[in-house]
Design a protein around this ligand. Structure first.
Ligand SMILES: [Zn+2]
Length: 361
């Protein structure tokens, strides 16, 4: 039972039916604070039944938290939702939160020694992240420094491709400049850490990737990910099979493109997509951004059964997100029972590069 997740979801529902912007943001902030707590919230109860002070949790959120801890539900929120005229929208959003983990649950899965999947110690490097070259706030030097401090052997910087202008996609000329900077950093840290030249290419609606084969060949790691048609109930199996079959693609990034509580993402026959990915030797990503968690452990189990390789990535846009988001991905992999030897992030760099080279033909 994930009480933190349950309370955060209720606070989100409450935020959605607020009339004032200020109170909407207040409850959203409270929900985020609960989701990022490292311990189950009931451990923060004082002996007299009051709640310890938690940053960003005000008095009215505290009353709701206590209500849930005492009764298992929040009549206050249910009444507000029922009276808001937005009940069906709230119900729809409730259906879009399946198999998401709170921070406390992530840490629990990492500690749980009965789970057999990859451990944090097995994780040698992160293969999806963004820098100041596209929409990230971390420089390449920040990434290298953070990677080294985390004990990683490598990271791949995967800024958005030029097709995705809205996310600051990098042109091929900018990419050439970025590669010079990467070469200089790698020279500096030779034998210790390697920053890989990557890209997050966009999967178009027809399943093609928005870069030319000769452009993809200039990159060491190509993550291909969907960023459009993410709310349609129409089947997109063909789109996703086309994407994982494209030469030069290494990783199917955030495969559904879902956003927890707001966007369902691509609808497809995932068993067929996973089967095609296995045949192409393309890794299926578990994206550890807490608002994505895509794949989640439930769907990841089906990719395990299909025999897929996995990439467990942070999709971080800042250095603070790098370790935490990667841990979210590792937690899902552990809950799904992903074998460690099928996680490309846990391979030695040499093995990773050999695999990557096989996808370039
Ligand atoms: Zn993306």
């Amino acid at each position: 039972m994930d009480t933190n997740g349950q309370i955060a979801a209720l606070l989100r529902d409450f935020a959605a039916v607020q009339k004032s912007k200020a109170s909407m943001w207040g409850y959203k902030r409270a929900a985020s604070a609960i989701l990022s707590l490292e311990q189950p919230i009931d451990t923060l109860l004082n002996p007299d039944g009051t709640l310890q002070k938690i940053p960003n949790i005000g008095p009215s959120s505290t009353r709701i938290i206590l209500e849930v801890l005492q009764t298992g539900a929040s009549p206050t929120i249910e009444r507000a939702v029922a009276g808001s005229g937005q009940q069906s929208d709230v119900e729809r959003r409730r259906g879009l939160r399946s198999h998401s983990l709170s921070r406390a649950q992530v840490l629990d899965a990492l500690r749980n020694s009965t789970l057999t999947g990859p451990r944090v110690e097995d994780y040698r490097g992160d293969l999806q992240m963004h820098s100041t070259w596209s929409d990230g706030s971390q420089t390449l030097a920040d990434i290298v420094e953070t990677g080294i401090n985390l004990g990683y052997a490598f990271c791949a910087v995967t800024d958005h491709s030029y097709g995705l202008k809205i996310a600051g996609g990098v042109s091929m000329a900018e990419l050439a400049e970025q590669h010079k900077e990467i070469d200089a950093l790698n020279k500096q840290h030779r034998g210790r850490f390697r920053l890989l030249k990557g890209i997050e290419a966009n999967i178009r609606a027809d399943g093609s990737v928005d870069m030319e084969p000769n452009e993809l060949a200039q990159l060491e790691i190509v993550v291909a990910a969907p960023h459009s048609v993410l709310r349609s109930p129409e089947d997109q199996t063909v789109r996703m099979i086309t994407a994982v079959s494209a030469p030069g693609v290494h990783i199917l990034g955030h495969p559904r493109g879902r956003m927890i509580g707001s966007r369902p993402g691509v609808s497809a026959d995932w068993d067929r997509v996973f089967d095609a990915a296995r045949r192409s030797n393309v890794a299926i990503e578990i994206d550890g951004d807490p608002s994505r968690q895509d794949l989640d452990y439930d769907l990841a189990r089906r990719a395990v059964a299909a025999g897929c390789l996995f990439a467990l990535d942070s999709d971080a846009h800042s250095t603070g997100e790098l370790p935490r988001y990667a841990q979210t991905a590792i937690a899902h992999a552990r809950l799904a029972g992903v074998p460690t030897d099928r996680v490309v992030n846990c391979w030695p760099l040499k093995q990773l590069l050999q695999w990557a080279a096989t996808r370039q033909r």
